[in-house]
Design a protein. Structure first.
Lengths: 253, 243
């Protein structure tokens, strides 16, 4: 079983000694910073792969919930309910243990095993698709009906109208919701510690479970939160800028 | 040549009957103004012609062919529509609003579409506004882009559904001027509008619709001067009082 020992190691006695900030413990953070940076790279990679999967599956899912009919629509809506209703840690374990993902070895440089990375991407990506689908569905439904009518009235088929008129506007309206989702996925990559994927938090844990570094536990966790904060802050700023850049001009008002 | 023929059109929504056996014919180049109280079925009638709404019974023919034998997208390319609320594509410039149909429906290449779009924007007096987004334009300008967008598809018939009803009074004139030009150039136009000045000056036929039936139909002068029905007289009377 690969489930990590993170929770077991947090016994109260150890925790009490660990939260005393000592300069030597910051030295542990400093000397292992490169080690944590590799974990940061894994976190970023997992975030990106999950969000891409979430977008590729979520956008059509949202569209199907609005425009689809019958069984397909029921299937998509049902899958969404299940994915949104299951804790992410449970999803991750289900995918890791339940899917026949072959053991594919490790990625050199990042020092991660491919199989848990795939399982984590599937869990985070599909759950994100379920949420992104809801964001897109709402965005599509918020577009005035007149837009579709005008598109149909010049002879665009429904599919063309959705693609050229509805989607470009819906994507813009979905950006704030997408931004929210981005932050959630980034933070939830840390749950991959449960399937032993060497992302940022897992690497920090690897450091502080060693007895000689256990006093640096609190410092390591602080450093990890700072890194997560920098990542979410930077991406939120970037997405803010993207929104401004692609905003539809509103006139001089 | 008879361009548009409606024969015994019936249309009901859920339980509510909206059109009861409406029949009319328009020759090529005719300008027809359709008036009537709110809920009379004017918008529904227009929308049946380009099949944004499907009729329950009756026949609609365009240039002799039943519109139900045509592909609805081909039909809509041949029948332009202008909406009360403009419905410009909010994410595209004035030019982009016109080029979309040219590129995606008519399959024109981009440069050709741009050239044609700019010619049509020029025709409605908006050459300067080609790069503006709808939200940057006045209502009157938006509506003229809407007209250019429809005209660019080279339609045989234009439908106008209260094109000036959402406009501030001082902006109505520009839109009516464009419609007058079109009428003078021989475009076949079916217009729902309560601009009686336009009806008098541009329309060949004025049709009074009430409760889903044609009450009276004829040359505008005759309906204004010598209405045959009390309903027409009282309805048109409320407009002539203000002129
Ligand atoms: N999509 C719809 N579903 C149900 N009922 C509708 C629908 N569209 C129109 N109606 C009803 O049909 C009747 C005729 O509507 P229509 O819009 O054609 O009238 P109109 O003459 O254009 O009125 P107005 O001057 O207010 O625009 C109205 O009673 C309206 O409530
Ligand atoms: Mg109407």
């Amino acid at each position: 079983m690969v489930v990590s020992g993170a929770l077991r190691s947090l016994d109260p006695a150890l925790t009490r000694t660990a939260i005393v900030l000592q300069s030597g413990d910051w030295g542990v953070v400093a000397s292992n910073f490169d080690f944590l940076l590799v974990g940061t790279a894994v976190t970023i990679l997992l975030t990106v792969s999950s969000l891409v999967l979430g977008f590729l599956a979520g956008f059509p899912a949202g569209a199907i919930e609005v425009y689809g009919t019958g069984r397909l629509r029921g299937l998509v809506a049902g899958a969404g309910v299940v994915l949104r209703g299951t804790p992410i840690v449970v999803l991750m374990m289900l995918f890791y243990l339940g899917l026949p993902i072959p053991q594919l070895g490790t990625v050199p440089g990042l020092e991660i095993r491919v199989s848990p990375f795939i399982a984590a991407t599937l869990a985070l990506g599909l759950r994100s698709a379920a949420y992104q689908g809801q964001v897109f569905r709402g965005a599509i439904q918020s577009i005035d009906d007149g837009q579709m009518e005008a598109a149909r009235a010049i002879g665009l088929p429904r599919r063309g109208a959705v693609r050229h008129v509805i989607f470009p506007q819906a994507v813009r309206r979905a950006l704030p919701g997408f931004q929210n989702e981005f932050t959630i996925v980034l933070k939830d990559t840390s749950v991959a510690i449960a399937i032993g994927l060497a992302e940022l938090l897992t690497r920090a844990e690897y450091l502080f479970v060693q007895p000689e570094r256990s006093t640096a536990m609190f410092e390591l966790i602080l450093a990890v939160s700072a890194i997560y904060f920098v990542l979410t802050f930077a991406t939120n700023r970037t997405l803010d800028r993207l929104q401004t850049r692609y905003a539809i001009p509103e006139g001089d008002g | 040549m008879t361009l548009l023929e409606l024969e015994d059109i019936e249309k009901a929504y859920e339980n509510e009957e909206v059109l009861h056996g409406v029949s009319l014919g328009m020759e090529q180049g005719d300008v027809e103004v359709l008036v009537g109280p709110s809920g009379a079925g004017k918008s529904t009638l227009l929308r049946c012609v380009n099949r944004l709404t499907e009729i329950d019974a009756g026949t609609i023919r365009l240039a002799g062919e039943s519109i139900h034998d045509l592909d609805s997208n081909d039909l809509r390319q041949r029948v332009g529509m202008v909406f009360q609320d403009f419905n410009l594509f909010a994410h595209r410039t004035a030019r982009g609003n016109v080029t979309l149909g040219l590129e995606e429906v008519l399959g024109m290449d981009h440069d050709e579409a741009v050239e044609r779009a700019e010619a049509h924007l020029d025709q409605v007096g908006l050459a300067e506004q080609a790069d503006s987004y709808p939200a940057e334009l006045s209502g009157g300008q938006q509506q003229r882009v809407g007209i250019a967008r429809a005209l660019a598809m080279d339609p045989e018939l234009m439908l106008f559904d209260e094109p000036t009803s959402s406009l501030d009074p001082e902006l109505i004139g520009d839109v009516l001027a464009v419609m007058n030009d079109l009428a003078a150039e021989g475009m076949t136009m079916l217009c729902v509008t309560h601009e009686m000045g336009f009806a008098r000056s541009a329309a060949d036929t004025l049709t009074m619709l009430d409760g889903g039936r044609i009450v009276e139909r004829g040359p505008p002068e005759r309906l204004f001067e010598n209405p045959q029905h009390e309903r027409t007289e009282s309805f048109l009377g409320q407009f002539t009082d203000f002129e």
